[in-house]
Design a protein around this ligand. Structure first.
Ligand SMILES: [Zn+2]
Length: 109
């Protein structure tokens, strides 16, 4: 994550108030081979933005867009196909809930 921002310092400024964004408030909501979508929340003015990053032969191109979606809503709308860590945890807990009896689990399907 830190590595990723080495060449994209311009990203870490709020589009609204121009203050520095807290990297901890930048969340990857979708990641594809050459496209990454981020959601950022400014800790100063609290405005949210969706940032699209794409890699091409000219380097990294970013496009920021102010949004009123929060991280979860943005994930829902933009990163629909991406499996979040939460979903993996849910699945894990579901399997554990079945006493890890995978045979029984499969039979029920
Ligand atoms: Zn701001």
């Amino acid at each position: 994550m830190e590595k990723m921002f080495n060449n994209t310092d311009f990203l870490v400024k709020c589009a609204v108030c121009n203050s520095s964004l807290d990297p901890g408030k930048i969340v990857v909501i979708d990641e594809k081979e050459k496209k990454t979508t981020l959601h950022s929340t400014c800790s100063k003015c609290n405005s949210a933005a969706i940032i699209f990053l794409s890699n091409n032969q000219n380097g990294v191109v970013s496009l920021g867009m102010a949004t009123d979606l929060d991280v979860e809503e943005a994930k829902e709308k933009i990163g629909k196909e991406a499996i979040s860590a939460d979903e993996i945890i849910d699945l894990h807990q579901f399997v554990l809930g079945e006493n890890a009896d995978i045979v029984k689990l499969v039979k029920n399907i």
